[in-house]
Design a protein around this ligand. Structure first.
Ligand code: AHG
Ligand code: MN
Ligand code: MN
Length: 366
């Protein structure tokens, strides 16, 4: 053990690499570059109003809009720049894709190209920036197509979550943390503000299979599909309902912070497909939100699903594809999947939870 008494992220990565004697070290260097980008973002976030980083990007012009149709915050754009600049030079990447860029990013010709693709949400939960609530960054590492000199295309990134080489997130909360899976469990690191190093503080994170805590944006309840409505109503019914236990509810509106809470103490998160906007099947994005968080959850013994099928098996169809997302404690996610699988005619429509007395007082949308 080093003098600091804890393993650094670097040491963790080197020890992991020893399992693969043929590994070149490219992968470790890439993860350390990503961690560096996260440290840079953590510093920018920490300066808040003092750093002139709050508010909308190009505020004078009323803000810029990204491919999602969302107004970009200054920190969305800055965080995206940090990811690009800090990882593009190393020779480990063939290309990148981000929430903030419509098309894949090509590695500039002045740098060597590598064998990985990096996909990221540079700042998740960015509506929380201006109110000083936790935000984070999410990333996923995929293999690049066989080496040739062509530019990367959108199709190169359309790989199911099972193909991820690694995934992780940084959380910029009261402490900055870096949580990583390289397909061998999940490890959590805390940024030591004195050393500027991520130190291993949470080895082998696991998600308890059972929970009494759920997270969902209840303002969307009138748009929910019947299985989701049933699940939430049963949670709300508490001890006197079919679950025979009381539930607690949380909603931070930073998915990365909800994922972290669930890794720490269990819980279930739902941003399901709903009927709000037929053109948007779900709110969150498959490639840089659902898949990396899904990989982490599964590596920690939890589960991630669309509600209908395992998230990591979904074949992506577009870079910025949205999808219904349910993740967290295994038994709860399985229960939600069961509710989706049950044919509607098997539901007890006379049950008070589905009728006029629904706790959200909504008709069932089948
Ligand atoms: P982003 O800031 O990257 O666009 O993601 C925000 C996401 C996610 O973090 C969060 O769970 C969700 O949007 C919040 O949605 P609501 O505004 O519906 O609460
Ligand atoms: Mn996000
Ligand atoms: Mn974002």
């Amino acid at each position: 053990m080093p003098l600091t008494g804890r393993k650094t992220l670097t040491q963790y990565l080197i020890e992991e690499r020893r399992r693969f004697p043929e590994a070149s070290g490219d992968f470790n260097a890439l993860i350390l570059d990503v961690a560096m980008a996260c440290k840079a973002i953590a510093r920018a976030v920490a300066f808040g109003a003092l750093g002139d980083v709050l508010g909308n990007h190009a505020a004078a012009a009323g803000g810029t809009v990204n491919v999602q149709g969302e107004t970009q915050k200054k920190l969305d754009v800055l965080s995206n720049e940090y990811f690009l600049r800090i990882t593009e030079w190393g020779g480990h990447l063939a290309g990148m894709a981000s929430e903030e860029m419509e098309a894949p990013y090509q590695i500039p010709g002045t740098y060597p190209r590598g064998k990985y693709l990096l996909v990221f949400d540079p700042l998740d939960g960015s509506s929380n920036i201006d109110v000083n609530v936790s935000v984070g960054s999410i990333f996923s590492v995929l293999r690049a197509p066989a080496a040739d000199d062509r530019e990367v295309t959108e199709a190169d990134f359309l790989q199911p979550g099972t193909q991820q080489v690694a995934a992780g997130y940084a959380l910029y909360g009261p402490t900055t943390m870096f949580v990583l899976t390289v397909g061998n469990g999940v490890a959590g690191f805390t940024l030591d503000p004195n050393l500027g190093e991520f130190m291993l503080t949470h080895p082998e994170l696991t998600v308890p299979a059972d929970t009494q805590e759920f997270a969902i944006n209840a303002s969307n309840s009138r748009f929910w599909e019947a299985p989701v409505k049933r699940y939430v109503d049963e949670c709300l019914a508490g001890r006197t309902g079919p679950r025979a236990k009381d539930f607690n509810m949380r909603w931070i509106a930073s998915m990365v912070a909800e994922a972290h809470r669930i890794l720490m103490r269990g819980g279930v998160f739902l941003y399901p497909r709903d009927t709000k906007d037929a053109a948007r099947p779900g709110r969150l994005r498959l490639l840089y939100e659902a898949n990396p968080i899904g990989f982490i959850m599964e590596q920690a013994g939890g589960r991630a699903s669309t509600g209908r099928v395992p998230m990591l098996g979904v074949q992506p169809e577009a870079l910025h594809q949205r999808i219904g997302l349910v993740f967290g404690s295994k038994h709860e996610v399985e229960r939600i999947e069961r509710y989706h699988a049950e044919p509607p005619e098997h539901l007890d429509l006379a049950h008070p939870l589905f009728g006029e007395r629904s706790l959200f007082r909504e008709e069932m949308a089948l």
